[in-house]
Design a binder for this molecule. Sequence first.
Ligand code: F6R
Length: 582
Amino acid sequence: MCGIIGYAGKHNPKDILLGGLKALEYRGYDSSGICLKNEKDIQIIKSIGKIKNLEEKINKTDLIDSYVGIGHTRWATHGEANETNAHPHRCGKVTLVHNGIIENAALLKEKLVKKGIKFKSETDTEVGCALINYYYDGDEVKAINEACSEMEGSYAFGILFDDSNKLYAVRKGSPLIVGVGVKENYIASDINAIINYTNKYILLEEGMIAVIDKDSIKIMKGNKEYNYKVLTADISAESRDKQGYDHYMLKEIMEEPILLGKTLKPYIDDLSLIPDLSDYEEVHIVACGSAMYAGLIGKSLLEEKAGVRVLCDVASEYRYKKIIYDRKTLVILVSQSGETADTIAAMKKAKENGIDTLAIVNVKTSTIARETDRQIFIEAGPEIAVATTKAYLLQVSIFSLLAIKAANDLDCLKEVDKLPGLVKSVLDNRENYRKIAEKIYKENDIFFIGRKIDYAICMEGSLKLKEVSYIHSEAYQAGELKHGTISLIDKGIPVFGIITDDDIKDKTISNIEEVKSRGANIFIVSNNKISEYECIVVPKVSDYFQPLLIVPSLQLIAYETAKLRGCDIDKPKNLAKSVTVE
Ligand code: F6R
């Protein structure tokens, strides 16, 4: 979380920093700030809340002439979201922005306080800033190296020194790239922040320090210069447009049919690109949030269809749990961003145990994409809305292929060609989703119930609804409800029943009857019309692909509900898109 942008060049940095921060706002939006600098002066402007507040403040301020600057958008970890805790932070001759968590900040602070250093904020970042300043004796790279050798945890820093005209950057654990322009260079948490200016970039490796001005980029390893490779990003500025939609979330849901075809095509053309799970005795699927829920669908398909033994766990648990690796195991890491701190830690744990790793990932340059043994890329393109939609659907589609291959059910692949059209037909039913949203948007509690794979689908339907509409919602195994939770069912409470699995359809319907007789307002989402109930019916396809047709309808119900409640759909409160702290 937190977004970093930095600029050194021929233009006034203000607009470039603000534009970059807007593109990075998905990483956090509790507060933001910029620092502008020239040979003599430093100017820091900060504001709480969204970037537009910062922009208003900047527009009312007399700005210094400057040629270098840094900016930051914050997702608070240490200390509440106020202006004092907002970045940039400044100590002595050092001003910096930070993404990550300095885990030993308390200890380092104690040491610095004993040396007479005073702190203004509650942040770990100010400690990092003071430490660099403490070691600064005129040699910037040495000061950064010395301070970093004492910091534990994760960090990406963009740093300015009063005595230098250059922009400095260093990272460990948190993402940071160096953008390469003509007579101007950049740093950014991701390429999207600078894509309007350049698609050329350098991946800053762990522990290396970038020293940047408008004409040159030096990458230092210790105190030696390091030869770097300039890469080209394969994205366009247009792919970040809302393209006429009210929200990115809606635009991204509507892209699903096309992206599904694009994602599956290379694997259908050459199925050998999909790993053969029969090489393994056990598979662990590890991820966070929606990516983990995609994994739960994968687990269900792999177990039920192919008899593969699967453990699926949230990465924040998996990384600290005792995991018994006594069978030949493959660990599958699922991640849109490829930068989720807990998922990276799970990947490292698997690697330390000599276990093969496979990533199902969207961002091709991300840490998870670079450090796993094998990768299957989904073709979601940039996903800007904080709540994932298209990336989740594409992750599920890869699990469909893994299961088909593992079960050797290759006949089912014939359905792939018609999937984009079928998903589109589900999305075309938008009016119906709006009507359902009108019936539920004033409620306080909503339940999603289903069994087996349908329960996995419920998990995502429920998460999507609660995170964008702020209505409390729970997913429950339909048969488990009566062991306690059914006491929450009151007259009028909406309960969504997901029914696609023919084998247990009647059982789920019985559970739905149980809540209906207690007054629940039932909505069924199924591949069959179930009489007596208000139903969303999606086309029936093979079990492998059925979740791909149910989920888009739940995504649109969540979207329409949040819209009726006037929520900030693309940036729900307290969230950040890329969770780069544990
Ligand atoms: C929910 C959502 C999150 C992410 C999770 C993992 O809508 O977006 O639950 O799925 O934070 O993120 P990635 O996939 O980037 O590892």
